[in-house]
Design a protein around this ligand. Sequence first.
Ligand code: THU
Length: 184
Amino acid sequence: MWGLCDKKLGHQVKKRKKYESDAQKFFKEERNVCRSVPLCDNILIMSDIIDKESVDDLILSAREAAESAYCPYSKYPVGAAFLGVDGEIYTGCNVENAAYGLSICAERTAIFNAVGCGCRQFVAMAMAGGQKQAATPCGACRQVLVEFCLPAMPVYFANLTDGEVTETTVGTLLPLAFGKQYLK
Ligand code: THU
């Protein structure tokens, strides 16, 4: 167990500098792009800064997070993992409640966990749910993603076992999103 943690930590520390510089550079460029082209249609750029090994790590983290899901009502466990620009992976699972409306999705649990730890900028997100077909984020979670993630940020969906992984972006999930720019 410790071996795994140490290995993961070493891997994260090694990658942290690269993420920080690549992502900060990207955030700077993307902000400029956003100012001139509000819809940010150059959505492919950002997936260049995350390598396959990191995507696999993120999916694994989302699948592991799903194991902690508290879902006695739906019996539909979901896990989510965000890779922060600090190189850390922040995870969360769905947590349901007997008063059903108080339940919260895995993606929101994960991103609120990250923000609570001081990280507000992200490189990618993975979610894992569903035995066969991979779960995709609900509308509420898409809106929360838009608050903290750039339209170009890659999002990966996987099922809980070993199915195919689908890649999309935040901007594709919620086009024409209402965001903080409207409140200026
Ligand atoms: N769920 C998530 O965790 N994320 C989503 O984006 C979709 C749905 C959870 C909420 C609930 O606990 C269960 O899946 C069934 O809807």
